[in-house]
Design a protein around this ligand. Structure first.
Ligand code: SF4
Length: 372
């Protein structure tokens, strides 16, 4: 069995847990320690876990073996930081923790974060009450919420069981949906829950060579799709994200095979939305990515700096990539599925999809309608 085939549950990479002193006796901390069954140390509040040598980011491989359980002392719930220059989808982010046991060459967290260990916030009561207050403050508003800005939504779920708490919390929130987005296949805690259609399970997909070479310790395409199929059978709605789309030799065939397999495995009607986004990155990520993954070629292409200071493929190249993938998706997608771009301009929308978001009321409304 290849290493690739054995990472459907990336929490297996965690070897050591560290707990902030003031969190040790919280029932949720105890629950996680019991489920994880790993050695743990207790550290002073706001101090750093010991036993990780080296400097960031070289020590990320080692750091990802370590999980810190602590309190979130800031806000859990905030708007996704889209940029005004590109069309974004008006998402709300639920900050459940930082960093991820998987290791994607293009992962923006390598440049955003400066600590190598994984962090999970155990004051989940505050998380739920903050959401409750936000809903009450704006009763007319529809919220689309995701947990995946600084981590993967499900990668540590075997330990944390957070998905179950969130799914049950969301079940009677008719003004909101929660999207749990992952590259793992950890779905065990989702079985048998009365989700009431308020939680969407989402997977990031890519061409197989990219998944194999650039997404380390992630579930294989088959594992992700089988997990999605199982969730659809449990009545969950699904979403998929082709992001980042990467220009590589054989990309046409690679994306075609993934899309064919997606629709062979998962019922088209269960998919509420699919996003497309070509590779984009902060210049500092290239330095980190090429040093940590010298065998990767993804940063050695022609890029242009966008209005958000991120590097992107030149516009004609993005259009070529998008047109091919959008054409394939349209061949199989159900009429209800919204296919949209994450952070692209009206010009790209028009050229690839033949309309701009405003023609249909804007991206947020298009997405809201697909789950209403
Ligand atoms: S799965 Fe997501 S959060 Fe984890 S390393 Fe990959 S890109 Fe980063």
């Amino acid at each position: 069995m290849s290493a690739k085939q054995s990472w459907s549950d990336p929490s297996r990479y965690v070897k050591q847990i560290h707990v902030e002193e003031s969190c040790l006796d919280l029932p949720y901390t105890r629950e996680i320690l019991n489920r994880a069954d790993l050695p743990y140390t207790v550290i002073e509040d706001r101090s750093e876990p010991q036993g990780i040598d080296g400097v960031y980011p070289e020590n990320l491989n080692e750091g990802k073996h370590h999980l810190l359980l602590c309190k979130n002392r800031g806000h859990f719930f905030k708007p996704c930081p889209g940029t005004k220059e590109y069309r974004c989808c008006d998402y709300q982010v639920l900050n459940i923790g930082m960093n991820c046991p998987m290791d994607c060459v293009y992962c923006i967290l390598q440049a955003y974060l400066n600590k190598p260990w994984l962090t999970f916030f155990v004051n989940s009561d505050n998380l739920l009450s903050e959401m409750e207050s936000a809903f009450q403050a704006e009763p007319e508003r529809f919220f689309r919420i995701g947990t995946g800005e600084f981590t993967d939504s499900m990668a540590l779920d075997r330990f944390t069981g957070l998905s179950g708490k969130l799914v049950e919390f969301m079940a009677d929130k008719n003004q909101a949906v929660l999207e749990l987005k992952t590259k793992s296949a950890v779905i065990g805690n989702l079985e048998g829950l009365a989700h009431n259609g308020r939680t969407i399970l989402a997977w990031s997909l890519n061409s197989s060579p990219i998944m194999q070479k650039e997404e380390i310790r992630t579930a294989t395409l088959d594992e992700r799709l089988q997990a999605a199929k199982q969730c659809a059978e449990w009545g969950y709605k699904l979403a998929f994200h082709f992001d980042p789309i990467i220009d590589h030799p054989g990309w046409e065939k690679g994306y075609e095979e993934t899309i064919k397999k997606l629709y062979e495995t998962v019922p088209a009607e269960s998919i509420v939305w699919i996003s497309l986004g070509a590779l984009r990155y902060l210049p500092s990520l290239k330095t980190i990515g090429t040093e940590r993954f010298p065998g990767s070629r993804i940063f050695y292409q022609e890029f242009i700096e966008g209005l958000d200071n991120k590097k992107r493929y030149f516009r004609p190249r993005r259009v070529t990539l998008y047109k091919h993938i959008y054409g394939l998706l349209k061949r199989y997608a159900a009429a209800r599925t919204v296919i949209y771009f994450c952070m692209e301009s009206d010009e790209i929308w028009q050229e690839v999809m033949g309309y701009v978001p405003d023609d249909k009321g804007g991206i947020p409304l298009m997405l809201d309608n697909s789950v209403a």
